[in-house]
Design a protein around this ligand. Structure first.
Ligand code: GLU
Length: 551
């Protein structure tokens, strides 16, 4: 068979050569050890934690080594494509602080290794398919879907390894004339690899996360170019990662099964293999069964990145959390370096988990509390306001009505040795401070059972009588103590605990009547501080409202 002639017959329009491509995409001029990584999402519209997990890995590996991270859109499967998915993806990753150095952008692309949309690289792929055909390493296949299905059914029935290979590859040895006749009859072929692998032999690859991977060689004549003229993932990935000079391919473990195909493709094309980094799927502990399972799009809203944005998680908190599940020694490092930016952590692929990473929302929330406890009131205010403008405009109005007051609210117990750690994410933060606004104030708990309605009225009456905004915290509390003693409650809780019959209750119950009237809750930050922010008028109005609600 005259393979070059066959290649010409199949690809008459392809005039570019592999050498042209090598020249067009030269080796990158980067320092020794610099890694080139890429994210290759398919634009399906669903952006999930796994994407962010992978993107952060790409970004950290590249930027820690002085390399390049780029974004390539893998849109060769138009059935799965969703309009607007790319800007959405870029926006979501950008929110979490992932910036690519080159590749697809919201409104085009940057970088000299493009196009970064695979659907626009058709001629590039064909150049290499043509080369493989010319060398007898690929061939046109005209088998119909029915024929392929029949073969598969037969193979399954006889417990034979399924697929198109060896004797099942019906078009492997078509003559030039047969191909020519089929083309003339209007048949459109796919292109298949002419595999020469031997599945009784094993190859070895060193995965940067998993170490040595040993698998049987590929024997499948996989499709490399579809009838649409676009490549399959296998071929596109190999050509692109070679030409775009990717050094490290970070991708999900679901691709390990196809590694034999990729290794053979790299060999057939005469190219060096990149370093593979197969990461793990994200798992969670199922609330009902208590066992570990994969995070699921259907069952777990927390898998989608939109979840974090809508609830208003601080991007930094999410990144910080992801780092703890990405690299095993991150937490230890963070403890030793509480104030360093996470960029300084020595991130390494070899420190990544290779068996199901456990995602734990509670842990994320704890980390978020830590991260937020170090933010200034001003930063919390800005973030909260931006979130509210997008997701809860009516709340934005409240936050903005008196910015100074709102900032004072956020400043409660901030700074100092032991800052409060009760802010987690924007929606929860608003809920946490909602009692400050009359519009959102809603009593959540009843008055303490120890205090009768009559006592509560008397507590409020005396409290208002003695109220002075000029009181400092201790003068203020002295007054509560006096009311406590006068009404037959214990000034010290432990006295009440020792002799419960001698008292109606203790100072905590009395002050909680006031706390509940003002905040609607039995737990709150320091009451005196809250009053200083509310001001006398609001404090009295709340007390009156609570009194009116007594039976
Ligand atoms: N397009 C592939 C996916 O979305 C990317 C795999 C890779 O990164 O190589 O799963």
């Amino acid at each position: 068979m005259d393979y070059p002639k066959l290649a010409e017959l199949l690809f008459p329009d392809i005039t570019t050569t592999p050498e042209d491509m090598e020249a067009r995409y030269p080796k990158r001029d980067l320092p020794e050890g610099a890694m080139v990584t890429r994210m290759g999402p398919s634009p399906t519209g669903f952006i999930h934690l796994g994407n962010l997990y992978g993107a952060l890995t790409d970004e950290r590996l590249a930027h820690r080594s002085g390399g390049v991270a780029f974004l390539r859109i893998e849109d060769t499967d138009d059935k799965r494509e969703v309009e607007g998915a790319v800007p959405m993806l870029i926006d979501a990753l950008d929110y979490f602080g992932i910036r690519f150095d080159e590749g697809a952008t919201a409104d085009g692309e940057t970088g000299s290794y493009g196009p970064y949309w695979q659907s626009e690289r058709s001629a590039i792929y064909k150049t290499f398919v043509k080369k493989l055909v010319a060398e007898g390493k690929a061939y046109p296949c005209f088998m119909t879907e029915e024929e392929i299905a029949e073969i598969r059914a037969m193979q399954e029935a006889n417990k034979i390894n399924p697929g198109i290979y060896g004797q099942y590859a019906k078009c492997r040895d078509l003559s030039y004339e047969e191909v020519e006749a089929k083309l003339a009859a209007g048949e459109v072929p796919v292109m298949r690899l002419r595999s020469t692998g031997d599945p009784t032999k094993y190859f070895h690859v060193t995965d940067a996360i998993r170490g040595d991977i040993s698998m049987p060689e590929n024997e499948q004549d996989v499709v490399i170019l579809k009838k649409t003229g676009l490549p399959t993932y296998h071929f596109a990935h190999v050509v692109d990662d070679h030409l775009m000079r990717t050094t490290h391919v970070v991708r999900g473990e679901e691709w390990i099964g196809s590694l034999p195909i990729h290794v053979e493709l790299f060999q057939k094309l005469g190219w060096e293999l990149p370093v593979y980094c197969h990461n793990t799927v994200l798992m969670k502990v199922d609330e009902t069964t208590g066992t570990k399972r994969k995070l699921s799009k259907r069952k777990d809203p927390e898998l989608g990145l939109g979840y974090y944005k809508e609830l208003g998680y601080f991007p930094e908190a999410v990144r910080e959390y992801l780092m703890t599940i990405l690299n095993s020694d991150y937490e230890e490092w963070r403890m030793a370096n509480p104030d360093l930016p996470l960029e300084e952590f020595p991130f390494e692929a070899s420190k990544m988990s290779s068996s199901g990473t456990l995602f734990d929302l509670n842990k994320l929330n704890d980390i978020s509390k830590d991260v937020l406890s170090k933010k200034s009131a001003e930063e919390i205010y800005e973030f909260e306001l931006n979130w509210a403008k997008q997701y809860a405009p009516e709340k934005a109005d409240l936050l903005e009505a008196d910015p100074e007051k709102t900032k004072r609210i956020f400043d409660i117990d901030r700074g100092g040795e032991k800052p409060r750690k009760d802010l987690v994410y924007a929606q929860q933060i608003f809920q946490f401070i909602s009692y400050f606004f009359d519009e959102t104030f809603a009593p959540e708990t009843d008055m303490p059972a120890e205090c009768s309605a009559e006592d509560i009225r008397e507590i409020f009456r005396r409290y208002k009588e003695g109220y002075s905004e000029a009181d400092d915290n201790s003068a203020w509390f002295e007054k509560i103590r006096a009311i406590t003693a006068d009404l037959g409650y214990a000034v010290k809780p432990k006295d009440y605990k020792k002799n419960p019959d001698q008292y109606k209750g203790h100072v905590g119950h009395v002050s909680n009547c006031i706390r509940i009237a003002l905040t609607g809750r039995s737990n709150s930050p320091d009451l005196w501080t809250i009053q200083q922010i509310m001001g006398k008028e609001q404090v009295f109005a709340r007390l009156d409202k609570a009194e009116a609600a007594l039976h």
